[in-house]
Design a protein around this ligand. Sequence first.
Ligand code: HEC
Length: 149
Amino acid sequence: MFRISRLDIQTLFGPVQLEKPISEWCMKIFRLLLAVAAVFVGSGFARFHNETKSAEDPKPIKAVMKEAMKSGLAKKVAGGEATDEEKMQVLNLLIDLVENEAPKGDETEWKMMAGTAMMNAAKVVVGREGAEEALGAAIDCKSCHDKFK
Ligand code: HEC
């Protein structure tokens, strides 16, 4: 067993006062842990933020198709085999989809159709029962392409 005693600390770092240095070390380690945690959280947010476009500037439909549809990612989510991160990714992409205008077809109908897919992806994320099946039905490639592509 390896134990650090005050004596070890004294031999390693020179003579120290008994009570104060230990707590100072604890604080140093604690601050270091906080800093490391902050870097992790910060990079996580930054990564997420980079992926998320603003409402005024959504990711184009073609990009959404590539990343969510052609890749099979949305189908994977609908099949119930996706990780939580992948579920979020699909929801994120479908938000962009809704925020776009379709190249053709009725704009209100487009919002309804893309919106239904987005809502079902959200239901998957929050874990509602039957949401995967509903998402699967809402991402019917052909019925959407026939109307809006
Ligand atoms: C809610 C509607 C909708 C659904 C569902 C949908 N798409 Fe699309 N997709 C579109 C629209 C609209 C376009 C045309 C985009 C454009 O031309 O800007 C498109 C274009 C595409 C393209 C061409 C992209 C390019 O670079 O030109 C591919 C590939 C594609 N979809 C694949 C799929 C697949 C695979 C599925 C089913 C798993 C699917 N889409 C489901 C609306 C949809």
